[in-house]
Design a protein. Sequence first.
Length: 101
Amino acid sequence: MACGASWCTLVYNEAMAQSQRNVRQSVSLPSAMARRVQAIAKRRRTSANRVIVDLIESGLEARDREKIAFFELAGRLADTTDHAEQERLKGELARLTFGEP
């Protein structure tokens, strides 16, 4: 497909056709949280929507990292034969699962 000049060619492949679609989603935020989002948006000179998307992406990535860390610890616990190391790893897994005691 040419766009007017012989040297200008539009390259199109199936990956472009499969781009992510945006889905409209309505959420209710507590007023204090909404104020914080607006303040971040103003400071970054972007929209509150962009800030919310960024925060959700960060949260999902953090959850994925926690999941990976949990399974790495569980694998180490399964592989160790040292009783002291087992107890230490059990404590770390408990903190990951239930938070600080």
